[in-house]
Design a protein around this ligand. Structure first.
Ligand code: KG4
Ligand code: ZN
Length: 344
């Protein structure tokens, strides 16, 4: 079965073709980073317009690279939510249009489910059940995953998402958008013990997170310094990164213990953070657990995870896929799993 995946939930246009027999055939991505950099964050209207411009050229690119034609596609999948309404509508409309023209089914996919299942695209792939840490710009959640569509929320952030904390702190340190990768680069070689920053909720006993206080702690330091010099900025970045990594890693280990599981999956944009990866790998090894990450380029938003999730959720595309289309800018993953009985 050949699945076309389309991702347009935020500031990346992603298109991919996944073959259930041979795997990922091609994926293409356009990042809008330069478009939004001028404004210090994503401008929703500009994002939608750029998705309109990029989607069809990217589709042509994946078809060419895979040597397949649109007529070969058995199922068209798109990100249904959560995300920016206008941006989601672009992907949903193009997906529905293609599916209608081809007489093929169309399936709406939950963006986080795409991230959650993307480590299964790596070799070796994890086996169910596992604990998943979802760390993106909009979400920070720990889930227990017992199978495709079987997710239980163990804990989540009460305020900022981990990626949001990276982005906002980066802004405080004078770094541009997107802040996460820039802050991680600045932190390289920095002295992480120079500034004693809080580890919010590290000892709360539950699996929830809170990151807004950490961002405020950095703000207080920056204000106290007036104009921090380059070494101070570098060390602040390293201290912030160490604090966030400490909390994320500690909660992952608690989740594994609580659920008596030995497999951990890390997904979402912040999963690209090298310091987080190294720390989680070390902690998991010490606890006798294994960790799985998506391939590095599939950590952030992409079309491949959408095509792949659709292939897993709708193995019989012709009979059980969704045939209507709608977007859900605010959409809970557990609720999505509970409703995943096919609609027609
Ligand atoms: O999953 P994603 O691409 O989009 C959302 O669904 O939100 O995640 C984007 C987030 C941004 O906040 C970005 O700053 C963060 O992931 N991010 C990173 C790194 N790469 C991306 N944060 C820390 N270190 C990185 N290397
Ligand atoms: Zn994402």
């Amino acid at each position: 079965m050949l699945v076309l995946g389309i991702e347009t939930s935020c500031d990346e246009t992603g298109v991919a073709l996944y073959d259930t027999g041979t795997g990922l055939l091609a994926d293409a991505l356009h990042s809008q980073v330069e478009l939004h950099a001028l404004y210090g964050g994503v401008v929703p209207e500009l994002a939608s317009r750029d998705h309109v411009r990029r989607l069809l050229p990217l589709l042509r690119e994946v078809l060419e690279r895979s040597g397949r034609s649109l007529a070969d596609v058995d199922l068209v999948a798109y990100t249904q939510g959560p995300g920016l309404g206008g941006a989601l509508l672009v992907g949903a409309s193009v997906a529905a249009g293609i599916a209608l023209a081809l007489g093929k089914p169309v399936a709406g996919i939950h963006h986080l489910e795409g991230h959650l299942l993307s480590p299964l695209l790596a070799q070796p792939a994890p086996e169910f059940p596992f604990v998943a840490l979802l760390v993106s710009g909009g979400h920070t959640q720990l889930m227990r995953v017992d199978g495709v569509g079987r997710y239980r929320l163990l804990g989540e952030t009460l305020d900022d998402a981990a990626g949001e904390a990276f982005d906002k702190t980066a802004q405080l340190l004078g770094l541009g958008y997107p802040g996460g990768p820039a802050l991680a680069r600045l932190a390289q070689g920095g002295e992480a013990r120079r500034y004693d920053l809080p580890r919010p909720m590290a000892a709360s006993g539950d699996l929830d997170f809170s990151f807004s206080g950490l961002k405020t702690a950095v703000l207080t330091r920056v204000k106290a310094m007036g104009e921090p010099d380059a070494p101070a900025r570098r060390d602040l970045a390293a201290s912030f990164q160490a604090a966030i990594v400490d909390v994320l890693a500690a909660k992952c280990m608690t989740a594994l213990r609580r659920e008596s599981l030995r497999t951990l999956v890390v997904a979402g944009g912040v999963g690209a953070n090298e310091a987080l990866r190294a720390r989680i790998v070390a902690d998991a090894a010490a606890a006798g657990a294994s960790v799985f990450f998506p391939p590095m380029r599939l950590c952030t938003d992409n079309g491949a995870m959408i095509a792949f999730a659709a292939a897993l959720k709708h193995p019989h595309a012709g009979t059980d896929a969704v045939r209507d289309f709608a977007i859900l800018p605010r959409w809970d993953l557990e609720a999505a799993a509970a409703q995943s009985t096919p609609r027609r």
